[in-house]
Structures are given as structure tokens and as C-alpha cells.
Design a binder for this molecule. Structure first.
Ligand code: 1CP
Length: 382
């Protein structure tokens, strides 16, 4: 990780400028949207993402739907992942399951960051136990030019799933999501999961024009994916840049930031709160915030008090219980969760979450217990 200290005076100014301009106007949303009818407006998640303190801390878990739930395994059966995402009834049911069981403060759409890429017509499958696998990796300027255009109509199954889920959720907000340009591009370039994204990072420097064209394509796809989810009823969105923590600040600013900014800019007019999250991003936090977000997700490697300092106290924070502590017993988990909440109390508001996704072998009873513990904790400053 390269770097100037993240808390210099210039960072200070940039963070403040951005936070002041965060949009709040939801008048561009359709009349029946839950933020327009008011159904989710006062939900703790939405209030916290808008930097307001709430009586109880909102809590949800990244990857809360999935293999940790027996009802998920029963409903999914052997249906391939992408087929499940594109079956609106099934996707809506899998979205609702963790809210019913754990009483989390939000649902997150059951889908995947690769769904809009598949719907654009790129050959991709999601292999059990591996993740996304791309038929023909995208590595040259020629490959990039041949990427298909995403017809917004192709997102119809996603729109239908969101509508079904939102109808059942009542006052619980649905979070829509997308993959950020760097993380999506890394799957396209590498052809599948990769620890170091060496080919992706090499491409940035070897052929910057091809890289920027690829990142712009992924940004357009992700913005369309987010927009469709918001217009169909999502009350907040999260941009996952899971693998961006492998970049230096210099490379992030030169090759990535403008493309993530384009995704946030593509939904800014809709006024729903936008969260930005990546793993291992302690040194990139300020640059990621500057790409445009209303709240920042932080993984478990950086204390929320330190994250808040780096961001000059300007952003609601989301995170960052270490997923390993889900396996450490109730005493250790309770102590850790309380530490996280104490550190989060420094920020303008705090949405409790894990530092990354729920591991598939998590005991779901532990998650329900953790939600109860968070809700029972006295409010920050109260
Ligand atoms: O409950 C939820 O959180 C909603 C569902 C969800 C989300 C938000 C899924 C379902 N995927 C995602 C996002 C996602 N997909 C990310 C960003 C979040 C993160 O960092 O975890 C990433 C990087 C992916 C790509 C992906 N899809 C992976 C990671 C592979 C790697 O590079 O290590 C994997 C394993 C998948 C498959 C997948 N996505 C979702 C599920 C339930 C599964 C498992 C597939 C199966 O059960 O067959």
C-alpha cells in the first residue's frame, strides 16, 4: 500500500466538500417507492445512513442470505446460482429469509455482482465453492470493444424480484447492491476469483486506454443495475469494491476512482443513501469516500474510531465485527461487538455489520443472538 498519511489537510478539505454535497432529494423516485410513501423513511437503517442517531442501532449482515440457513439450502436445492438470482419468486424468498429469522434491520437483495454482466450477454457462471467463472476472459482492447451493451429491459427479472421482496418487507428497507468497477473488471480480466489480481493490475499500466474502457463499461453496467433496483423499491444501495484493497492510493486515484464515481453519480439524482465498501481499504478510505458515498463500510482490520478520524467525522460508518468472532463463543463475541459499538459511537451514526460476509458454516443461532445483543445495547451517547 503506498502512501501519504490519510489524514492530511488536503484530504480534510476533500472529504468535507464531498460530504456537504451529498444529495437527499428523493423527488425523482416513483410515487409508490417506500421512501416516497414514507414506509421506510424512519427505519433505523435509513436514518443512520443519513447521519442521524437512532434509538437502537441498525444491524444487518453482508451475505446474510445463504448457506448458513437451513431454509436457504432447502429452497435453493440444486438450482444453479444464476438461475436462482433470475427466478423472481425464489430470489425474493431468499431475500426475506434472514429478516424473518434474525429480525435484521434490512434485507439485501439475493443476487450477485455478476448478474448484470450475465444479463448483458457475457458468458459467466457462478460455480459452487468457487465463485464467478468467465467463459472468455477480457484482456485486450479488442476484447473490451466486443463487450455487449446491457439492455435495461434485460434486468426485468431483477426488477420483479425487488418488487416482490419490497411488498413483503413493509417498513424494513431493502438494500440494493452492485459490484464496483475494479472488482467486476478483476473477474472479467482474471476469468475467475484471484488472490492478487496480477493480470488486472498489469493491464492498467500496460494498456491504460483499454483498462479505462473496460472500467467504464463495468461502471455503466453497475449503475444500470443499481438504478433498476432503486426504481423498483430499494431504499439504500451498497457498492462492493471487495478486492480494491490490493491497490496503492496512486493507482486507485489514477485508474479506479473516476469509474466508481460514475456509478455513484449514475444514481445520485434518486437521493437514496449509498454505502461504499471494500476489504483492506484502511489506506484508501478517504479516496473511496471521495468517489461519492453517503456512508462508508469498513472491514474488521481498521477500528471504526480510527476510520472516523481518517474521514474527519463526516460519514456514517458501517461495520465491522470480525466474522471469526462468530466462532469464538458468546462471551468473546459479546465483548468484541460492544467494542465495535463503542468505536462506532465516535462516528455521526453507526450501522452494525460484519467486517465481511457471513461465513457459510456460521451457526445461524449466533447471528440471531447477535442481532438481539445489538438491539439491547443503549444508544450511542445515551
Ligand atoms: O445475502 C446477501 O448478502 C446477498 C447476496 C450476495 C451478495 C451481496 C451474493 C450471493 N453475492 C453478493 C456480492 C458478491 N459476489 C461480492 C461482494 C461481496 C463480498 O465481498 O463478499 C463478490 C466479491 C461476489 C462474487 C462471488 N459470488 C463470490 C466470491 C468469489 C471470490 O472471488 O472469492 C462467490 C463465492 C459468489 C457466489 C455467491 N454469491 C452469493 C451466494 C449466496 C453465492 C454462493 C453460491 C452458491 O451458493 O452456489
Amino acid at each position: 500500500m503506498s502512501g501519504a498519511p490519510a489524514s492530511g489537510a488536503r484530504d480534510n478539505d476533500r472529504v468535507m466538500d464531498h460530504a456537504k454535497s451529498a444529495p437527499r432529494d428523493t423527488s425523482a423516485l416513483p410515487a409508490g417507492h417506500p421512501l416516497v410513501t414514507g414506509r421506510t423513511t424512519d427505519a433505523p437503517l435509513i436514518q443512520a445512513l443519513r447521519a442521524r442517531q437512532t434509538a437502537t442501532r441498525p444491524v444487518w449482515f453482508m451475505r446474510q442470505a445463504g448457506r448458513s440457513l437451513p431454509e436457504y439450502r432447502r429452497a435453493r436445492g440444486t438450482i444453479p446460482m444464476l438461475d436462482a438470482c433470475l427466478n423472481p419468486e425464489l430470489a425474493a424468498e431468499l431475500t426475506l429469509q434472514p429478516v424473518r429469522r434474525h429480525h435484521t434491520d434490512a434485507a439485501i437483495l439475493f443476487s450477485d455482482i455478476m448478474v448484470p454482466i450475465a444479463l448483458a450477454g457475457v458468458g459467466v457462471t457462478i460455480e459452487a465453492g468457487i465463485g464467478p467463472v468467465v467463459d472468455s476472459p477480457v484482456r485486450t482492447a479488442h476484447d473490451v470493444v466486443r463487450l455487449p451493451h446491457l439492455d435495461p429491459e434485460a434486468l426485468a427479472p431483477v426488477v420483479a424480484a425487488v418488487r416482490l421482496a419490497v411488498r413483503e418487507l413493509g417498513s424494513t428497507p431493502l438494500i440494493g447492491f452492485a459490484g464496483a468497477p475494479y472488482t467486476l473488471a478483476s473477474y472479467l480480466v482474471e476469468g475467475g476469483p484471484s488472490r492478487d489480481q496480477l493480470r488486472t493490475r498489469a493491464m492498467m499500466h500496460a494498456d491504460p486506454a483499454a483498462w479505462h474502457a473496460l472500467a467504464a463499461w463495468t461502471a455503466a453496467v453497475s449503475a444500470a443495475f443499481l438504478r433498476a433496483q432503486i426504481l423498483a423499491g430499494a431504499s439504500a444501495v451498497q457498492l462492493f469494491d471487495s478486492w480494491v484493497g490490493g491497490l496503492s492510493r496512486a493507482d486507485y486515484r489514477r485508474f479506479v476512482q473516476e469509474h466508481s464515481a460514475a456509478v455513484f453519480g449514475g444514481v445520485a439524482d434518486l437521493g437514496v443513501p449509498r454505502v461504499h465498501f471494500g476489504l483492506g481499504t484502511a489506506e484508501l478510505l478517504v479516496d473511496m469516500a471521495e468517489a461519492g458515498a453517503d456512508a462508508m463500510g469498513v472491514d474488521h482490520r481498521l477500528g471504526l474510531d480510527e476510520a472516523n478520524e481518517r474521514l474527519c467525522g463526516r460519514y456514517p460508518l458501517q461495520g465491522n465485527i470480525d466474522p471469526a468472532l462468530l466462532f469464538a463463543g458468546e462471551r468473546a463475541l459479546a465483548a468484541h461487538a460492544r467494542e465495535v459499538m463503542a468505536a462506532g459511537a465516535q462516528a455521526p451514526a453507526h450501522v452494525v455489520n460484519l467486517g465481511h460476509g457471513v461465513p457459510p458454516d456460521t451457526d445461524p443461532g449466533v447471528l440471531t443472538w447477535l442481532v438481539d445483543l445489538v438491539h439491547a445495547e443503549p444508544p450511542a451517547g445515551g
